[in-house]
Design a protein around this ligand. Structure first.
Ligand SMILES: Cc1ncc(COP(=O)(O)O)c(C=O)c1O
Length: 414
């Protein structure tokens, strides 16, 4: 059994009463960035150093100029309610991108059936649990599985949907890829949903096609929804990471499978709030229906800019090259120390520093560098061990000059 750390938790106060409207939400732990503020804000950082934030995965690389131009050219459309299903142009751009990127057969992805836009994938990932978790499964409380460490949204979504979140270790020993199939039969039978992320946040591990095939087969065997978060798919080291839709090519069967892609990391537009979900047509019909009731579709000018971004590869290639340069740099500055390895994908360093929280404090107090303790991204396992405890997560999101400074400070301080 695993538990989420909940230090300093107090029930949320509603209208002055110490109560909460939906008691499930009392189980939500503090968000990692809230915890980080609690840890570091009372401490001073050296006044003579510019603070560098490497805690948040918010890319600081430039985005293409055409984004602003398209938003401006379409500004007359801000007065219109946007369609929750996206525009035909947006859905076509995404369909073409998926087909190109993953070498899918023409016609496998149909723009009006297999795609739904989302205003950033976080909200859509969260909503998917609400959609995919029934009141009970196999006569028991449903389970939602996720890797441990994990993107926090998955756990929050599981809890809010009334499921038991189950954290499956993603450790160096297993290449940071969780062994979902190795879980107890009883857990698998009541699993309603699995969240998986490749390339993974925080460790950057990439699942190969065989892993994805096994996971898809498991989802069919135990009849759970498989959500694969592929938002880091375009930031990689050597080979493009495989995508989960590729395992559906032979059968043409995408049932139970949803993949999520975002422009936040691929195109450096976290503030544009644009991504999409693709896969099972029936689940997407339900997803769109939910969007009609309570979704937040992107404004029409955003759909237009997003479509242009999915059609453009030039900025993506340039963006990847910037990350590669910075990982070269990190390799030179940190290699052979702190368990440094070059991640296969994504833009995080996952450094083994012995005690991640203590290192985070030191880095802030002595070097004005803000990183995230790995423990804040993970839950305690059965033995009370938190698999992120020894680590810090370093988001390599700034330009080369800032990263050079930051990495030198990290190496010196630790
Ligand atoms: C693993 C993972 N999934 C999803 C997201 C959400 O991205 P967005 O909502 O900007 O699309 C993030 C953002 O940090 C992430 O790290």
């Amino acid at each position: 059994m695993t538990t989420l750390n909940q230090p300093n938790r107090s029930p949320v106060s509603v209208a002055g009463h110490r109560q909460i409207v939906n008691p499930r939400l009392a189980e939500l732990p503090d968000y990692p960035f809230e915890r980080l503020r609690g840890l570091l804000d009372p401490l001073g950082a050296p006044a003579d150093l510019d603070p560098i934030a490497l805690s948040l995965g918010e890319p600081q690389h430039p985005y293409p100029d055409f984004v602003g131009e398209i938003l401006h050219a379409n500004r007359h459309l801000y007065g219109k309610y946007p369609p929750v299903a996206g525009t035909p142009d947006f859905c076509r751009a995404v369909t073409d991108w998926l087909t190109r990127r993953y070498d899918l057969p023409q016609g496998m992805i149909e723009a009006d059936r297999h795609i739904a836009p989302c205003a950033g994938t976080r909200e859509a990932l969260f909503r998917t649990a609400f959609m995919a978790v029934p009141p009970s499964k196999a006569g028991q409380r449903p389970a939602v599985l996720m890797p441990n460490p994990f993107y926090q949204c998955y756990a929050g979504a599981a809890i809010a949907a009334g499921a038991e979140p189950i954290f499956v270790p993603a450790l160096a020993e297993n290449g940071f890829l969780p062994d979902f199939a190795g879980l107890d039969e009883n857990i698998l039978a009541r699993t309603a949903l699995v969240y998986f992320c490749t390339p993974g946040n925080p460790q950057g591990a990439v699942a190969d096609l065989a892993y994805l095939e096994n996971l898809a087969a498991l989802s069919r065997r135990y009849d759970f929804t498989l959500v694969v978060d592929e938002c880091y798919a375009e930031i990689y080291n050597d080979a493009p990471p495989p995508g989960t839709l590729q395992v559906c090519v032979d059968s043409g069967d995408m049932s139970g499978i949803l993949v999520f892609h975002s422009l936040s990391k691929r195109s450096n537009v976290a503030g544009l709030r644009s991504g999409f979900v693709a896969g099972d047509a029936d689940l997407l019909t339900l997803f769109r229906r939910l969007s009609e009731y309570g979704g937040n579709p992107s404004p029409l000018p955003v759909y237009a800019a997003a479509a242009a971004l999915w059609r453009d590869e030039e900025h993506v290639v340039a963006n990847r090259a910037l990350y590669q340069e910075k990982f070269d740099l990190a390799e030179r500055v940190l290699s052979n120390r702190f368990g440094f390895y070059r991640p296969e994908g994504g833009f995080f360093l996952w450094l083994d520093v012995g005690d991640g929280e203590a290192a985070t404090v030191e880095l802030w107090r002595r070097a004005a560098v803000r990183v995230l303790p790995g423990a804040y991204l993970a839950a305690e396992g059965g033995g009370g061990e938190n698999p992120g405890k020894a680590y810090i997560r370093v988001a390599m999101v700034h330009d080369r000059t800032v990263m050079e400074d930051a990495l030198a400070r990290i190496a010196e301080t630790l």
